[in-house]
Design a protein around this ligand. Sequence first.
Ligand code: 1CP
Length: 341
Amino acid sequence: MNKLLLNSIKDIQKKTPLWFLRQSGRHVPEYFEIRAKAKNFIEFCLNKNLVVESTKLPLKYYDLDAAIIFSDILMIPWAMNRGVKFVKGEGPILNPMVPDVTKIEKKIDIFQLLRPINDAMYILKKDLPSHISLIGFAGAPWTLSCYMIEGKGSKDFIKTRTALWEAKKWFKELIDTLIVYVAQKLELQARAGADVLMIFDSWSHMIPYPYFQEFGIKPVAKIIELLRSKNIQQPIIGFPFKAGTSLVQYSYESNVDCIALDWTVDLDWALKNLNSSIAFQGNLDPSSLISENNSYLEESVKSILQKMKNRKFIFNVGHGLTPECKIKNVKNVINMVRNYN
Ligand code: 1CP
């Protein structure tokens, strides 16, 4: 079966595929009923039936070209025994790692610990209509290290940035370990039937410029090299969130097949400056999906489609849908993209 999303990473298509980052989450009403069936968020992500149900949930409402496996980037830190918990109203909490002091766990079996993801993917592969691409994903080593060192989200990740130069040997060891585990998590999903793999570097804008190549680009290139050496050929979407001008180097050196662009990126600039051989994904501002007044939303959708006309392109938001986003606005966007010529 022809999958529009896969085709559009390889070549320019007449039609534009679309899906939405965090499409399965909290803006869909039944999400809470599904989540309530598990004891906590980690148990939710480890329950193959609940994972299947929530991955399929957005397809009940929307005509989409992809389903993203319901999971979280913090399942790798969980597997590394970092005590990951999701606390209501606070987000994720981990046992913080102390640079140069905390021992780095190197002997875990990702394939065994994350087996429910494998099992859910096998079920999804059978259940999903064949035109829909199934997306597997992982967090990039830098973003995972941010959560593991800080022990939670942060507005500036100062402890992680300091570790870059104060505990460089230890920090490199952590990143090198994460490269292996991220590649294994992606391998597991590819072998279980993922059509596309995505690497989220949600905190790439926290990397100080002199370190961007070493910790924002090289780990991604290394992960892709490891996957290709195991004959895993699925296309890779990289998402260096808000990386600004560093997107240029990332587009040439990370070896991703598609680069996801956040809502701060000027598409004219991107067309001029980024590697023209790779596909783009993005970059609608998810906040435009909140309002009753759709004029800015409609203007943005048209402008994105117009600019990306002669480009390998996947329509998406420039970051995750938020709980406030309205289902009718998402439907409006889908109609516009489907009817665009
Ligand atoms: O459509 C989907 O919802 C797909 C599943 C998915 C994905 C791709 C979830 C479920 N999380 C993620 C990735 C993820 N998790 C990222 C990368 C993408 C991004 O930047 O948004 C990050 C940074 C996380 C970490 C995370 N998970 C946070 C912290 C964010 C921060 O600002 O520090 C939080 C709050 C979560 C919980 C989570 N993960 C997923 C959902 C639906 C939720 C909300 C849990 C809930 O309230 O029920």
